[in-house]
Design a protein around this ligand. Structure first.
Ligand SMILES: [Zn+2]
Length: 254
């Protein structure tokens, strides 16, 4: 059940303890993909995961701005501080729990949100009478040739605005990707994330290691790959929901 499309009376009638909160970012994804890529991905995976799950799940509207100051040099990128983000997501989760949806998976589409989500979900679980855990879709999906991918995965890696994210957007909102720019974007993209020395990333901002904002080769993107990624992520999320629903939580029985 998608909260934003439902009435309060429908929400009152739904019988489940499970909820999903999609969390994205509004940040540059190169000259070819939209600023809303991460929020779109989180929303898409949350919806597909809820569909794949055998039971009712409440799906909250997506949170569109996250921890993304690392992309501040690129126009249109928005961000909030980690403190603000943690408070906002935590209070959103707590408000879901107040209605009885107290087992919450935060479906994340942005790498910069990962550390803050892990911390706040731990705090919710320890102190707020609910269980929460973050699920970052691109970490959950393995680019495994054994899973019968529709394209050759050689050279396909997460990157940023690279083949994985660009494929997902091409699958669900093809009009938002500028395919005519892919070759030029690929030529100007960085090979890897960060500026590494002695196991240490010296760079704080993406502009320090990528001129056009992209890491990886988006010309390797394919809408069929995007649909495959979405479906693999949905399967993983559905299996996680099953586990979360049946898990003994610390405060059960108190
Ligand atoms: Zn992204």
């Amino acid at each position: 059940m998608h909260l934003a499309e439902s009435t309060w009376t429908d929400a009152a009638a739904v019988e489940t303890s499970l909820a999903l909160v999609p969390v994205g970012s509004t940040e540059q994804h190169g000259p070819h993909a939209p600023l809303g890529t991460d929020a779109l991905a989180a929303e898409t995976v949350a919806a597909a995961g809820a569909d794949a799950y055998d039971g009712d799940v409440v799906v909250a509207p997506p949170i569109p701005v996250g921890v993304a100051e690392e992309h501040r040099h690129f126009a249109g990128t928005l961000w909030v501080s980690e403190d603000t983000f943690r408070d906002y997501v935590r209070e959103t989760v707590v408000s879901l729990a107040s209605h009885g949806w107290d087992r919450v998976v935060v479906v994340n589409g942005h790498g910069g949100n990962v550390a803050a989500l892990r911390e706040l979900c731990g705090r919710v679980t320890r102190h707020d009478g609910a269980y929460a855990v973050p699920f970052t879709w691109f970490d959950a999906v393995s680019l495994d040739a054994d899973d019968d991918p529709p394209v050759d995965l050689e050279g396909v890696a997460m990157g940023h605005g690279g083949p994985v994210e660009t494929s997902l957007v091409r699958a669900v909102a093809p009009d938002l990707v500028h395919e005519d720019r892919l070759a030029e974007v690929a030529a100007g993209a960085a090979d890897g994330w960060g500026e590494w020395h002695a196991g240490t990333n010296l760079a704080y901002d993406s502009a320090e290691f990528t001129d056009n904002g992209v890491v990886g080769d988006p010309s390797r993107s394919d809408p069929e790959l995007g649909a495959w990624l979405r479906d693999r992520a949905a399967e993983k999320l559905a299996s996680l929901l099953d586990r979360v629903e049946n898990r003994d939580c610390p405060d059960d029985g108190e």
